[in-house]
Structures are given as structure tokens and as C-alpha cells.
Design a protein around this ligand. Structure first.
Ligand SMILES: NC(=O)c1ccc[n+]([C@@H]2O[C@H](COP(=O)([O-])OP(=O)(O)OC[C@H]3O[C@@H](n4cnc5c(N)ncnc54)[C@H](OP(=O)(O)O)[C@@H]3O)[C@@H](O)[C@H]2O)c1
Length: 282
């Protein structure tokens, strides 16, 4: 199956439903069964796929979700640190699996989604957290190679788009799911030297809004979340002389994002939220 043939298309064919009616089918059945995210009940993820989970915010999210009982699948390129986070979660009594993969590689999308579902069951939470700054030190746009912009878009926008295409159709058919896009204030502010990264995050925000509009009423909620400045490797690579004590701890930000996810039934799908505006989940 090539990447243009999506998981939702497979489901459509398997179920004998014509392609344009996927969202309609989910909405229709929703009247009988109720869309979880539309009903206002707390959302407790059972099976989560978190990209970029070997360090920083992604690792913190994986730990927090596992602590609350979700089975988690962690994705990043480098295997050893990813497996270390998964082992740490398992040692705490959680369920975590490491999948070494490149989100920007079109050929790996179906393998990631298929392996994740095989390991933890149907994914009901997808967190697009993996991200690249592109070349550092960050260049101004006039000095940015088209290929560098292309790679940033591939990892930060196209990769998440492909993975959502494969997974969200199944979420809609089950009328249960949350998709979180980790954004940045660079998506809305034009910071010099952050052009490629900022454009990718602005596009990610808009994808999130559009997914929400198109799948409204299916029980699948989409959010874009600005985590704020955090003390992570990405921040150190972008702004090496920043004072780490002025930056948020990713573990605190993760608890805020998990609080948002828990309120998926109340917070309108398509919202762009700042993590700082959410109380940390206890
Ligand atoms: N830190 C901040 O101040 C800040 C501010 C605003 C927004 N954000 C956003 O918050 C999110 C997390 O950032 P962070 O600061 O935690 O970053 P980080 O510490 O650099 O971690 C990035 C994670 O993404 C993985 N990753 C990178 N490229 C990947 C690829 N092509 N395929 C799969 N995994 C990949 C990395 O592992 P590998 O390298 O092994 O693949 C790592 O696990 C990002 O979306 C970032 O844009 C951060």
C-alpha cells in the first residue's frame, strides 16, 4: 500500500462504505452511540502514540500518560534513548514500547501506525510532538536553502499529516480519539531566523483546525498546543545562551497538556491553546 492509500481508505473498503461518506457514517452512528469527545465526559486515553518521545516534552508526555494508565508507543529516530525511556516507564509499572522511526520518512508511516496498533490496540490518542528546527544556527530566510525548508516541512507538517491520515479514519469509525499537534509561538509571531520552523508550525496549526472542521461530530477532537519555552535540547540548540532556570520544566508542561486531553469533551475541537493556560493535572 503506498502512502496515498490511507488507513481510512482501507477501512472504507473493508466496510463497504463509499469514500466520501466516512465522516458522515461516523456522524450518523454517533447519534446512536454518542461521540465521546462531543459529550463532555473526561477523556482517559487507553492507547497513545507519542512522537519525539526519547527526550524533552515527548518523553515527559509519555511518562505522564503511562502513569495515568495509558499504554504508550514512543517514536523517535535514535533507538537507545527511546528504549531507555520505555524501560523507565516499564520499571514504574507502566506499559511502553519503543519504535525507532523517522516521522519525515514517507515509507515508515504505515509501519509506525500498524506496529503501534499491534502493540497497544487501537490508538485513541495521537501526539505529534517530534519536530526539527532545521539547520542551526538558525538562518534568515534569504540564507535558507529550499532543501532545508523542505526537510523542516516534511518532518513537522507532512509527517504528522500522513500519520493522522492513517490513524484518524479508524478513530472516527470507533467515534473515539484525540489528536494533539505540538505547536509554538513561532507559528503566530514572525521571529527573524525562525522562518522555516515558524511556517511549519503555522501550517500544522491550520491542519489541526481543518481536520477538526472536516471531522466535526465524529468523536475525534483535534488540538494545537503551544507548550511555551521549555528547558530541552531543542531550546538549547536554538538559543544556546538562554538561562535554563527561566524555562519551563517539560514535565510540568506535560501535566498541563494531559489536563487538556482529559477535557477533550469540553474544549472545542480545532482550538489552539497555550499549555500555560491549563492547570496541571494532579
Ligand atoms: N523547547 C521549547 O522551548 C519549545 C517551544 C515551543 C515549541 N516546542 C515544540 O515542542 C516539541 C518538543 O520539543 P522539545 O523541546 O522537547 O525537543 P527535543 O528535546 O529536541 O526532542 C525532540 C524529539 O523529537 C525526536 N525527533 C526529531 N526529529 C524526528 C524525526 N524526524 N522523526 C522522529 N522523531 C524525531 C527526537 O529524537 P531523535 O532525534 O532521536 O529522532 C526527540 O525525541 C516540538 O514540537 C517543538 O517544536 C518546543
Amino acid at each position: 500500500m503506498n502512502d496515498e492509500s490511507t488507513g481510512s481508505e482501507s477501512l472504507i473498503q473493508a466496510g463497504g462504505i463509499s469514500q466520501p461518506s466516512l465522516a458522515d457514517a461516523a456522524r450518523g452512528a454517533d447519534a446512536a452511540r454518542g461521540a465521546h469527545a462531543a459529550r463532555g465526559a473526561p477523556f482517559a486515553p487507553r492507547a497513545a502514540l507519542v512522537t519525539g518521545a526519547s527526550r524533552g516534552l515527548g518523553a515527559a508526555l509519555a511518562r505522564e500518560l503511562a502513569r495515568r494508565g495509558a499504554k504508550v508507543v514512543l517514536v523517535a529516530r535514535e533507538r537507545a534513548p527511546l528504549e531507555a525511556v520505555a524501560a523507565e516507564i516499564a520499571a514504574q509499572g507502566g506499559v511502553a514500547h519503543a519504535l525507532a522511526a523517522d516521522i519525515g520518512d514517507k515509507g515508515q508511516t504505515h509501519a509506525i501506525a500498524g506496529a503501534a496498533a499491534a502493540l497497544v490496540g487501537p490508538i485513541d490518542l495521537l501526539v505529534h510532538n517530534a519536530s526539527t528546527l532545521g539547520r542551526t544556527p538558525l538562518p534568515i530566510l534569504l540564507d535558507t536553502e529550499c532543501e532545508d525548508l523542505g526537510r523542516v516541512l516534511e518532518v513537522n507538517v507532512v509527517g504528522p499529516f500522513r500519520l493522522t491520515k492513517v490513524i484518524a479514519g479508524a478513530m472516527a469509525l470507533r467515534r473515539r480519539g484525540v489528536v494533539v499537534h505540538i505547536s509554538s509561538d513561532a507559528a503566530v509571531n514572525a521571529y527573524p531566523r525562525w522562518g522555516a520552523y515558524g511556517a511549519s508550525k503555522a501550517a500544522l496549526d491550520h491542519l489541526s483546525r481543518t481536520w477538526a472542521a472536516e471531522l466535526e461530530g465524529t468523536g475525534v477532537a483535534f488540538y494545537a498546543v503551544d507548550p511555551g519555552e521549555m528547558n530541552t535540547r531543542m531550546h538549547a540548540e536554538a538559543i544556546p545562551d538562554a538561562d535554563p532556570s527561566a524555562l519551563a520544566d517539560p514535565a510540568d508542561v506535560a501535566r498541563r497538556i494531559v489536563a487538556l486531553i482529559g477535557r477533550a469533551g469540553e474544549v472545542p475541537s480545532g482550538a489552539r491553546v497555550e499549555a500555560a493556560s491549563f492547570e496541571e493535572a494532579p
